[in-house]
Design a protein around this ligand. Structure first.
Ligand code: ATP
Ligand code: MG
Length: 243
């Protein structure tokens, strides 16, 4: 990397037919940061994550990860390069046990022998020891979110994208998740990029926040700046009660 940007998003535009879901968005994420992406429903947050992680090729613009252009690189290759993500809806692993679901993540980057060690380590880290043999379908939301996080961590990422990991959690579950994420950042040195509606989590976790509205980046700043920005208040906070 020539600079300390782990991720550079340059003029990304993504359309669905006539709908411009992401409109000429540019942003940078510094190695080691925790940054947030907020905005009203349909603002384009998940779509931008899908472009960054290689799921959707954009119409315009470039995604640079660790100094390399990954704009048209497929997701599993981007994952091998050290970018992982969690998904907004966690249903994919319903029939699997917790440890098998996490092993799927580890296989992405490791051989059979190495996976057990990594799986054990992330199970500990995400406080899933007692649940490791349970079926994912039998877990509550908070535990499922930790499985999803553990699965992403098992790929040993340098950059982790989290899409609404805090949604639907009660305050104590949210505090627990935030503690784990702070440790992920501090102890493992993983850069975190979080999409989130839960303001407590965004404000408590992020050093910088990007705001999207109708596909456009309308503000970037520290949490206190963002919460006082008139354009943000009008576009986002004004329309929606802060949870
Ligand atoms: N695969 C798709 N095909 C067509 N339109 C899509 C697709 N995915 C998203 N969209 C549209 O693109 C726009 C942005 O959606 P997106 O899911 O990125 O928003 P979001 O900011 O993640 O919203 P939310 O906060 O509700 O998760 C919306 O108008 C949505 O309907
Ligand atoms: Mg979304």
């Amino acid at each position: 990397m020539q600079n300390n940007f782990i991720l550079q998003v340059e003029n990304i535009t993504k359309k669905f037919g006539n709908l411009v879901a992401v409109n000429n968005v540019s942003l940078n994420v510094v190695q080691g940061e925790i940054v947030g992406l907020i905005g009203p429903n349909g603002a384009g947050k998940t779509t931008l994550f899908n472009v960054i992680s290689g799921l959707f090729p954009p119409e315009r613009g470039r995604v640079i990860f660790k100094g390399k252009d990954v704009t048209r690189v497929v997701p599993h290759v981007i994952c091998k390069m050290g970018m992982s993500r969690t998904f907004q809806v966690t249903r994919a692993f319903a029939s699997m046990s917790v440890e098998d679901a996490i092993r799927v993540g580890a296989y992405n980057r490791h051989t059979n022998k190495e996976t057990l060690e990594i799986v054990n380590e992330v199970i500990q880290f995400c406080d899933l020891g007692k649940l490791r043999r349970r079926k994912c379908a039998d877990l509550g939301l908070a535990a499922l979110r930790r499985v999803e996080l553990a699965r992403a961590l098992a790929t040993e990422p340098d950059l982790l994208l989290l899409d609404e990991a805090g949604a639907g959690l009660n305050p104590s579950e949210l505090g627990n998740l935030m503690d784990i994420l702070k440790e992920v950042n501090r102890e493992k040195g993983i850069t975190l990029f979080v999409v989130e509606h839960v303001m407590q989590m965004v404000m408590g976790l992020c050093q910088r926040i990007f705001v999207l509205d109708a596909g456009e980046l309308i503000a970037t700043g520290a949490p206190e700046e963002i919460s006082q920005n008139p354009r943000v208040i009008e576009a986002y906070l004004g329309k929606r009660a802060i949870r």
